[in-house]
Design a protein. Structure first.
Length: 227
């Protein structure tokens, strides 16, 4: 489903070159639920951005279903993200002037789906994340956990094959974070997703099928229970 080959990322700085990681290799099968852990600044979010075609590597390649992301034009990369990738950020990034159901419908509207059809599909996804009764509420009227569940519904409304989540519970209290992670697990299984979760929460990482540690510019697979 997703393959990373000899991936490197570095940035030019005033003091030279900052190398985040080098020669990373990773192969994910359909249905994998993967955690990536590591210290702040290790490059976890940057790696996730590259997997989503939101950023480009300095060297190496990301291949999704035999498609090399480096071969995609800007428009093709945007189309790839809209159709194949569901992305959940640590902050929900809901548009405050729109209701929950309108926020969830945005990716379909961007694709050119009619408003009525997009909103009907968004209603279904709000029910999937147990927020059917909050469809007409704006983001400011929702709790932090509800906002993140809306963002999860928005990420999945296009029925992507891959879900990428960057610290999706990082801004939530312990109880709410557990509810959101359990929901993510359920949706992963129900929709046969291939999911990659960046997290500082080792308890959540241990509940994934596979785990990788990004440290010192290298990515190493480890048994989740050993984290």
């Amino acid at each position: 489903m997703l393959r990373v080959e000899n991936l490197s990322k570095s940035y030019a700085t005033g003091n030279g070159t900052l190398e985040l990681f080098r020669d990373l290799n990773l192969s994910l099968a359909a249905g994998d639920l993967v955690a990536i852990v590591g210290e702040s600044g290790a490059g976890k979010s940057t790696l996730l951005h590259i997997l989503a075609a939101l950023d480009t590597p300095t060297a190496g390649e990301v291949i999704c279903d035999s498609v090399k992301l480096s071969s995609l034009s800007a428009n093709a990369a945007a189309d790839f993200r809209n159709k194949s990738i569901g992305y959940v950020w640590q902050f929900h990034y809901l548009l405050p002037e729109f209701t929950a159901v309108e926020n969830v419908a945005m990716p379909l509207l961007a694709r050119g789906v009619s408003r009525n059809k997009a909103l009907a599909e968004a209603e279904k996804w709000l029910a999937e994340v147990e927020l059917a009764g909050r469809a007409q509420h704006r983001s400011g009227e929702l709790s932090g956990g509800e906002q993140q569940r809306v963002s999860l519904a928005r990420a999945l409304i296009t029925q992507p094959r891959i879900l990428l989540a960057d610290e999706p519970t990082g801004d939530l209290d312990t109880r709410t974070a557990d509810v959101v992670f359990a929901l993510l697990q359920r949706l992963h299984a129900a929709h046969n997703l291939t999911s990659v979760l960046v997290t500082h929460n080792l308890g959540f990482a241990r509940r994934c099928q596979r785990a990788f540690l990004l440290r010192g510019g290298q990515l190493t697979e480890t048994t989740p229970s050993n984290l």
